[in-house]
Design a protein around this ligand. Structure first.
Ligand code: 6PG
Length: 252
């Protein structure tokens, strides 16, 4: 599967990485609103994007069309929204609670549901109702932000897990043996239907995985981030020098 464009940008410091990421969000948002009067973004979880969300809520304040922005989550832990592990809680504290967004424009995963599969099915329906994709088609987010785990996972698509094989559902509950828990995650068809996917990767702990994903010949089963290749969209890797430290010199 080819994709329309690949960009790997190595930034000197984490701050420059977050500045570059904020510029990408602002660019994508203004482009989308100009073209389609709305901007649909799926937020990444974990720790890395927290600094980006703070930045968007402060510096991005005046340059983003907040009232035309619709927020989703590429994955969520199987916990309530007030749990310290919740990706929604992280994004809400860092950004969503601080911006003039339109009520009802944030679609969080109902991960408080004790039945992870039911939570995933509900969120799947939320996406279908919002995007109304044709049968067999997939919603095309304007921008999906993703992180990279040290094991090469992205969203909650972990190595060797069942969700990697999903070809028709938009959202699934994915059992992650190493954490002995379910995660709720977008599937690869949704990630690969995006107009733009931007990975944010910071820190030396990600260097081996980044090299394996960008330059290695290991399978996508082992390094799921390799399977993210938007079929008609842009793929952007925004990495800092520490994360890029094992890449061949040409890319670092
Ligand atoms: C999550 C994320 C996950 C994350 C990576 C990187 O729910 O944790 O979706 O895919 O992006 O694990 O996490 P850090 O940014 O914390 O290193």
């Amino acid at each position: 599967m080819s994709f329309s464009s690949l960009e790997i940008r190595t930034l000197s410091t984490p701050q420059e990485l977050f500045d570059a990421a904020a510029e990408e969000v602002i660019r994508a948002a203004n482009e989308a609103v100009a073209a389609r009067s709305r901007f649909t973004i799926a937020l990444a979880g974990g720790n890395t994007p927290r600094s980006l969300y703070h930045l968007l809520a402060s510096n991005g304040r005046t340059s983003l069309p907040w009232e035309h922005m619709f927020f989703f989550f590429g994955d969520e832990r199987h916990v309530p929204p007030d749990n310290p592990d919740s990706n929604y809680r992280m994004a809400n504290e860092a950004m969503l609670s601080k911006i003039p967004l339109t009520a009802g424009n944030v679609f969080r995963v109902p991960a408080e549901n004790p039945d992870a599969a039911a939570a995933a099915a509900l969120y799947d329906q939320t996406l279908r109702q919002f995007f109304a994709p044709a049968p067999g088609d997939f919603p095309s987010f304007d921008l999906i932000l993703l992180g990279l785990g040290p094991d090469g996972h992205t969203a909650s698509l972990f190595p060797g897990t069942a969700a990697l094989q999903e070809k028709s559902r938009l959202v699934v509950a994915n059992w992650v043996e190493k954490f002995k828990t379910y995660r709720i995650t977008f599937t690869l068809p949704v990630l690969n239907a995006a107009r733009c996917v931007a990975f944010l990767v910071s820190g030396t702990d990600k260097a081996p995985a980044l090299k394996a994903v960008l330059e290695g010949d290991a399978s996508g089963e082992q390094y799921p981030a390799k399977l993210v290749r938007p079929s008609n969209g842009k793929l952007i890797w925004l990495v800092d020098r520490a994360a890029a430290s094992e890449l061949s010199k040409s890319a670092a």
